[in-house]
Design a protein around this ligand. Structure first.
Ligand SMILES: [Zn+2]
Length: 214
């Protein structure tokens, strides 16, 4: 059996933590090789800092969060709201394909196609495009960020018991200091509530929920 390995795609530098952070930590502790792929630094979403400063901060934060969770992270330089054009223009498609050929992921996690954020939707589309070109068929799961997921289709759900690693997710989220004042604190409450509600579903303290789409 080949060693299990997992890749989590995210549009912005904090999405992999919000969407699957505790699961990443859990798998990593179990010896699974975990990689996160970030399409964009998310340089636009800060009201008053310069783009270059933001990029540096975001990269630093994402790497710090990755160390806490136990994954390796690659950040690409797609401009927010321009993923589709820049994806081939900047050869990000080739770079990620090469990376996946090396890692050979057995499980892939990405955004939901029903996520209202245009970058999250684009990240989903790009992920599916990348997966189509692989010579093997990994399992594919989707996660949600802000929206309580209410899928029209009935994909099977996957609840992961993250009672032991949920605190690492919170710790990792707190590394995103550049976003603290306008996004991270309300988000922590939401993330906490969602993990509790998902936990109840499987009679554990905390859980993360995904939908298997492939
Ligand atoms: Zn995002």
């Amino acid at each position: 059996m080949p060693q299990e390995s997992m890749v989590v795609f995210g549009a912005h530098s904090d999405d992999f933590v919000i969407g699957a952070g505790a699961t990443i930590a859990k798998y990593s502790q179990e010896g699974v090789h975990v990689t996160s792929i970030v399409f964009s630094y998310g340089e636009k979403s800060h009201p008053w800092l310069q783009e270059a400063v933001i990029k540096k901060m975001r990269a630093h934060e994402a790497l710090e969060a990755s160390t806490i969770l136990g994954c390796k992270t690659y950040i690409y330089n797609l401009k927010e709201l321009h993923f589709m054009e820049e994806y081939t223009e900047k050869y990000v498609d080739d770079a990620i394909h090469k990376l996946l050929m090396k890692i050979k992921p057995t499980k892939i996690f990405t955004h939901s196609p029903e996520d209202p954020h245009p970058d999250h939707k684009a990240a989903y589309n790009l992920t599916m495009d990348i997966i189509k070109k692989l010579s093997w068929k990994p399992e594919v799961y989707i996660y949600s960020i802000w929206n309580p997921v209410s899928f029209k289709t009935d994909y099977p759900s996957l609840y992961i018991d993250v009672s032991k690693t949920f605190s690492l997710k919170l710790k990792a989220l707190k590394t995103f200091r550049s976003q603290r004042f306008h996004a991270i604190y309300p988000l922590l409450i939401l993330v906490f509530k969602r993990a509790l509600v998902c936990g109840i579903k499987i009679r554990k303290i905390f859980a993360e929920r995904f939908y298997k789409i492939q």
